[in-house]
Write a protein that binds this ligand. Structure first.
Ligand code: CTP
Length: 400
């Protein structure tokens, strides 16, 4: 990473102090930062502290003749390998989404030809406001990558999503984006979302999975250059940029779509597959008639993770499962590795607000190790897991 450089735009938010830590972490990883500090950003951190850490001039004004003479704003926005906005305030997101260019930060964002990563940070109501969500969707469509925000207690005393991702998580996303597509030429298969099992043409059995974690993993893998097939049950999420999504409903359709997508170098089964389905879906809507309350008899669904793990010649080199548990998480997860024959399990405790929520707290269990990751946004889990997968698939010595 020693020749890599990021342009870090520091917006005006209480989280700006975390960007100082980010600059330090990047420097340790051999990545140089050059900073643009917005007017509002300078209310939270001083140009002196930013400059001391970057070891470079801090750029602040669009119409600064000295700065322009040294390096024009167009060149400034292109000299970096990656543009990072942290904290990305609601205002900076709105400007970027609408192509405004009335200060140095927004002009640099409009003039850049490099990838852009944003780490949003704002009050929860501002984050949830329809305008911000509209801007977010637009920026996603424009190819901007995101890390966070995390949910939690905010500086203003409110609780919810809006806290900037932790510097470690932002660093992981930056290193992944700077790493020149280590997964280029690799095919990744990801299952996500719930499955829907028909009772009759209008009723079904399903679960609370939102698909967010699987989509985040698929997006991170695509960002690392993988060709990604995302086999997804019904969700409200848009397909991440550069990902080939195959829509399915039932577990049996999901299995067939996975088998059709093979061969793959890695398979990650994140979907919350319904374990059972009604034995035979009624062809017509079941009516409330004299026969009383209908009984639904259930049949076991195929296990997609176990099937992919035991494929023989066609088995992906790395098969990863998720384990949704409510107690004795590690013990149950280890039992699942043994039972299903996969290589790694990402275990999480779903007794709290994980299902459908924005964050996850997981344990990455390999056959001979276990690593607890702190609670973080599901995107950040995606970045970290994608980095682990890249490390495994690109390692020179093939591990058993
Ligand atoms: N899984 C699958 N097909 C199934 C059931 C589960 O591919 N029919 C996968 C999930 O995608 C996940 C892993 O198996 O990667 C574990 O899912 P989980 O729901 O935690 O476990 P189950 O196998 O359903 O076992 P249990 O409900 O007894 O905990």
């Amino acid at each position: 990473m020693s020749d890599k450089r990021v342009l870090l735009i520091i917006g005006g938010g209480i989280a700006a102090y975390k960007s100082l830590e980010l600059i330090r972490l990047l420097a340790k990883a051999g990545v140089k930062s050059r900073a643009i500090l917005t007017k509002a950003g300078a209310e939270f951190v001083t140009p002196l502290s930013v400059g001391a850490l970057t070891g470079d001039k801090v750029y602040q004004e669009l119409f600064d003749l000295t700065a322009e003479a040294e390096m024009g704003h167009i060149e400034l926005s292109r000299a970096a390998d990656l543009v990072v906005v942290a904290p990305a305030t609601a205002d900076l997101m709105a400007k970027a989404a609408n192509g405004l260019a009335n200060d140095l930060a927004s002009t640099a964002l409009l003039a850049t030809d490099k990838r852009v990563l944003m780490a949003p940070a704002m009050n929860v109501r501002m984050w949830e406001h329809a305008a911000t969500q509209r801007n977010l969707a637009r920026l996603h469509a424009d190819g901007v990558r995101f890390v966070g925000p995390d949910a939690g207690e905010m500086a203003c005393g409110e609780y919810g999503p809006g806290r900037m991702a932790e510097p470690e998580a932002i660093k992981a996303a930056i290193l992944a984006l700077l790493s020149d597509g280590p997964l280029k030429g690799k095919h990744a298969l990801v299952t996500a979302g719930p499955t829907v099992e028909a009772i009759d043409p209008v009723r079904f059995l399903s679960n609370r999975s939102s698909g967010k974690q699987g989509y985040a993993i698929a997006a991170a893998l695509a960002n690392l250059g993988a060709e990604v097939t995302l086999v997804s049950g019904p969700t409200t999420l848009a397909a991440p940029a550069g990902v080939n999504r195959v829509d399915v409903e039932s577990a049996r359709e999901m299995l067939a779509a996975c088998e059709a997508a093979l061969p793959a170098d890695v398979a990650i089964c994140v979907a919350a597959v319904a374990d059972w389905r009604p034995g035979a879906a009624a062809a017509e809507k079941i009516k409330k008639d004299k026969s009383g309350t209908p009984a639904i008899s259930l049949t076991e669904n195929p296990d997609i993770l176990a099937t992919l793990s035991k494929l023989g010649k066609k088995r992906p080199r790395l098969v990863i499962g998720f384990a949704a548990e409510t107690n004795d998480v590690e013990a149950h997860a280890r039992a699942k590795i043994a039972k299903k024959g996969c290589d790694w399990i990402v275990a999480n405790d779903v007794s709290g607000d994980v299902m459908g929520g924005a964050e996850n707290e997981v344990l990455l269990i390999k056959r001979d190790s276990a690593e607890a990751w702190p609670r973080m946004a599901k995107e950040a889990v995606g970045w970290k897991l994608a980095a682990e997968i890249a490390k495994f698939l690109t390692a020179k010595v093939r591990r058993k």
